[in-house]
Design a protein around this ligand. Structure first.
Ligand code: NAD
Ligand code: MG
Length: 388
């Protein structure tokens, strides 16, 4: 029996992970050490019963009694609160999904690396905010981080057996999001509902809005730089509206290896779950003759200012990624509740980066998770001030 834990089990990545675990044998094949969710007690309890989880943790402390009720008689231990989520990561497991959204996913994933096993990393924010810390901890404990972001899983697969020194560029594709064909002057009036409709992928609301603004791609460029340890100038973005080619790696002999697949996260999750093997996965097969053509174009920097900000973040290095992500999360929260316009998000993030770079603190290498969380807190406060 392989021991597993899923952080963010009730979210979009978590549900796809749960689906694969159940299809691949469920409780008969996996010993589920811990499942965690944010607020959805009923769903977390259902999953915990189905997988006979040893521990279920709900991030909102006030929901502990509800969780206990929902799991009465199941034998699953219950806990609640952010500390309990992080502590769940202390329990050893051979395969751990880091599927919490946002900076909240950093601490559990970081702790889980100490087991020296496999961390399937969907939480890209961990690498953006604390990439060097995460990679060093994985090395120290002999843990393997497998990227679950579809583009990064694609790059990982394209690089198997290759020498990174021969790579000229890593190109990750972007759908262009909900507003890729909107006239620019309409963007300021875009609503939350409009931004929450992705043309190709079904994902959590936050990453879907981040796809419309390309803040998601901005995070992914930084994620690629941190994970593959490649010069930022070699990480490129190509708009590919069909979302079938997830990434391309170009080598110095002029050859390129592309990874194609249906836009279904169960491919990247299933790849990480079964790595280094490849299991049969329930994802649609591409009929390329029927699809006929694949199109690509360069992203328009004026439409997607987030991409330019990501370049600036990588130029500064150090703690800039943590400030960038925290400012983005705060601006996104404000957009979701209707306090700022869609196009204001990039402006808020830019102001936060400007203010924090002026203090000179951003370029410092992240020496500890506390340093990362400290700059995260500062960036959130400044972002809130700029929006007053
Ligand atoms: P989601 O919002 O659907 O789910 C997030 C999960 O985290 C839920 O279980 C939620 O309850 C939990 N959560 C939220 N806030 C929390 C907190 N403060 N403490 C503890 N738990 C909390 O998000 P998602 O779309 O599944 O994305 C999860 C991560 O995977 C993100 O980092 C995202 O960028 C990345 N990712 C997602 C997709 C996708 O297809 N959804 C693709 C690539 C990468
Ligand atoms: Mg992605």
């Amino acid at each position: 029996m392989r021991s597993i834990s899923v952080f963010g089990s009730t979210g979009s990545i978590g549900e796809s992970t749960f689906d694969l675990l159940m299809r691949q044998g469920g409780a008969a094949r996996y010993r589920t050490v811990a499942l965690t969710g944010g607020r959805n007690v009923a769903r977390l309890a259902e999953q915990a019963r189905a997988l006979k989880a040893e521990l279920a943790v709900i991030a909102e402390a006030r929901l502990l009694a509800d969780l206990r009720d929902a799991l009465a008689g199941s034998g699953t231990e219950c806990a609640a609160g952010p500390m309990a989520v992080a502590e769940a990561a202390e329990r050893p497991a051979e395969w751990i999904m880091s599927g919490i959204v946002g900076a909240a996913g950093l601490a559990p994933g970081f702790r889980a690396l100490a087991h020296g096993t496999v961390l399937a990393l969907a939480n890209k924010e961990s690498l953006v905010t604390a990439g060097p810390l995460l990679m060093a901890r994985a090395r120290k404990h002999g843990a393997t981080i497998l990227p679950v972001d579809s583009e990064h899983s694609a790059v990982f697969q394209a690089l198997l057996g290759e020498n990174l020194a021969t790579v000229e560029h890593i190109t990750i594709t972007a759908s262009g999001g909900a507003f890729r064909d909107w006239p620019m002057e309409r963007l300021a009036a875009a609503t939350v509902a409009e931004a929450s409709c992705h043309p190709n992928w079904a994902m959590g609301q936050r990453i879907t809005i981040d796809s419309a603004s390309m803040f998601n791609k901005a995070l992914e460029v930084i994620e690629a730089k941190e994970f593959f340890g490649i010069d930022p100038d070699r990480v490129e973005v190509l708009v590919h509206p069909e979302s079938l080619v997830h990434a391309l790696v170009g080598f110095r002999d002029g050859g390129m290896i592309a990874h194609l697949g249906a836009p279904d996260m169960r491919h990247a999750i299933g790849y990480a779950l079964n790595w280094p093997d490849r299991a049969h996965l329930p994802v649609a097969r591409l009929d390329l003759a029927r699809i006929g053509s694949l199109t690509f174009r360069n992203p328009d920097p004026a439409r997607y200012p987030a991409l330019g900000l990501a370049r600036e973040v990588m130029r500064i290095g150090g703690l800039a990624g943590a400030a960038f992500n925290a400012a983005k999360e705060t601006a996104l929260d404000a957009f979701i509740v209707g306090r700022i316009r869609f196009t204001d998000m990039a402006a808020v993030v830019e102001q936060v980066l400007d203010r924090l770079s002026a203090t000179g603190g951003l370029g410092k290498a992240p020496g500890s998770i506390d340093m990362v969380l400290d700059i995260d807190g500062q960036a959130r406060r400044i972002a809130a001030e700029t929006m007053q």
